[in-house]
Design a protein around this ligand. Structure first.
Ligand SMILES: [Zn+2]
Length: 90
């Protein structure tokens, strides 16, 4: 089965199938079998492929949120530079 995600941004795939989407505990023991995910800390249960998909999606949203914050920060910095220039001319 050839499954390809439609993600355009790069998401680090490390431990996505070993990290609990509930408590974010990462352990190889969370992966009981190839198909079964059971968290050793909070006992969250799901299909291992589904857990991996949830984690990849969450990392993607986190990257997008960081990008938005960086953009709004750079916009706010511009008027400060302009006022510094005009005060230097007086
Ligand atoms: Zn957990």
């Amino acid at each position: 089965m050839a499954w390809k995600g439609g993600m355009l941004f790069a998401v680090p795939p490390h431990y996505t199938s070993q990290e609990c989407p509930e408590c974010h505990h990462v352990a190889a023991d969370n992966r009981q079998t190839q198909a079964r995910f059971v968290c050793v800390q909070c006992h969250y249960e799901n299909h291992a492929d589904h857990v991996g998909a949830i984690n990849i999606k969450e990392r993607g949203y986190r990257l997008l949120a960081c990008g938005d914050a960086a953009l709004s920060r750079s916009v706010k910095q511009e008027p400060t530079e302009v006022s510094q220039l005009s005060s230097g001319m007086q």
